[in-house]
Design a binder for this molecule. Structure first.
Ligand code: SF4
Length: 398
């Protein structure tokens, strides 16, 4: 299949690994920003085949994972109202809020529907003018344009029973926050290719220069990731810190001007809280004043909901690359995809889910030393069992 098999060619992969091995002379810590890249890395064992000392740190680029707990609680409250049809991509339904998730609210009688596009939700609003239809608008720069376009269409068509519960986040401020952290170990970034397909490259040179950190825009297939790593370690070894585009088949310097124009019309930049991490200035979008009437938070008066993260879940440390998922005491035992404590175990892009799904249960590491891994393997049965759990998901935000 084009763009799958040709970007998984083992001979080309060998050559890239050889080039990386020949380049590296000392340890380096690279962060892959996107959860989709994390899944590809873990699934193909790329991290295990790199030279000793080259570490891949899993970044916060999973939209489901970083959606704040209080936003999930707002979704639960809105969805439970009898006059509401609450629409979402499938992977948000099992994300735990303070007490329950959207699946539970649905089982209690709420009209919660999985859709494949925000435009499906707008279509439902047109079919049910007597009901309020809310779409859960979650995600990075990748999912924001279609959500913006849907609100634009709702306003243009005069569909007033549609609204958006917005939790959009932006990558560059997150990179800035990671680099400003006193515990930061990241020395280079594999930036998220699909984000740059929309936004282009213009936001990154200033970050690379100010933090003296290489940023290589990278795709998602195995060869894409190896090429991103190869270019990154070459820069690190040469003492350089530039922005490079290793995903030119999808990313142009200026991204998608049409998508960016739609974003700047419908949204405005705002501070945003990232689940497990905290508030990052200017790291999100909210509806602009022109479209504020379509903001579900205001329409349903849920702006005041405030909640605390469960203490046991260490997803904030996972999302900042401070621990690996199997270093969390609950991993694979009290926390599994079927009974998740945190969003990183639910999402199709979550690092905890990747470790559970792709064989990292029985691996040596801190969790093994405590005997957790053996229990986890016994609990899950196998990666196939985990995959079956994951097959219950229907649609995804990322
Ligand atoms: S394994 Fe579960 S409890 Fe631990 S950090 Fe991941 S999601 Fe949270």
């Amino acid at each position: 299949m084009r763009y799958l098999e040709e970007f998984s060619d083992p001979e080309l992969a060998d050559r890239l690994f050889a080039d990386i091995r020949a380049t590296v002379t000392r340890p380096w810590a690279l962060m892959e920003v996107c959860g989709g890249q994390t899944h590809s890395i873990i699934r193909h064992g790329i991290d295990q085949l790199l030279p000793d000392g080259v570490e891949l740190i899993h970044g916060p680029g999973c939209p489901v994972c970083v959606t704040p707990l209080e936003t999930i609680d707002k979704a639960l409250e809105i969805a439970a109202r009898p006059d509401v049809i609450f629409c979402s991509f499938g992977d948000m339904l099992r994300v735990p809020g303070s007490g329950k998730d959207l699946f539970t609210v649905k089982s209690e009688g709420a009209d919660v529907r999985v859709v494949y596009s925000p435009l499906d939700a707008l279509g439902i609003a047109r079919q049910h003018p007597d009901r309020q239809v809310v779409f859960f608008g979650v995600g990075f720069e990748t999912t924001a344009p279609p959500n913006a376009m849907t609100v634009y269409q709702a306003r243009t068509l005069g569909i007033e029973n549609f609204s958006l519960l917005v939790s959009h986040v932006r990558v560059p401020p997150a990179i800035d926050a990671i680099m400003n952290s006193p515990v930061c170990r990241v020395q280079a970034f594999l930036a998220a290719g699909h984000v740059c397909t929309v936004m282009g490259l213009d936001e990154y040179p200033e970050l690379a220069a100010r933090h003296r950190v290489p940023i290589v825009v990278t795709g998602f297939e195995p060869l894409d990731i190896l090429e991103g790593i190869r270019r990154t370690v070459r820069q690190l070894e040469a003492g350089e810190h530039r922005v490079e585009n290793a995903y030119p088949r999808a990313v142009r310097q200026d991204g998608s001007p049409a998508a960016k124009a739609m974003l700047s019309d419908v949204f405005e930049v705002t501070d945003r809280t990232w689940r497990g991490i905290g508030t990052i200035p200017a790291s999100g979008w909210r509806l602009s004043a022109k479209y504020r009437a379509y903001d579900a938070e205001h329409r349903f008066a849920v702006t005041d909901i405030r909640t605390e993260e469960p203490a046991e879940c260490r997803s904030g440390e996972v999302l900042q690359g401070l621990i690996k998922p199997n270093e969390c005491e609950a991993f694979g035992t009290r926390c599994t995809p079927r009974n998740p404590l945190g969003a990183t175990m639910v999402s199709s892009e979550g690092a905890c889910a990747a470790y559970f799904l792709y064989r990292r249960l029985a691996e040596p590491g801190p969790a093994t030393a405590r005997g957790t891994t053996g229990t986890a393997t016994g609990t899950a049965g196998s990666a196939t069992g985990a995959a079956n759990e994951r097959a219950e998901e229907v649609t995804s935000v990322g």
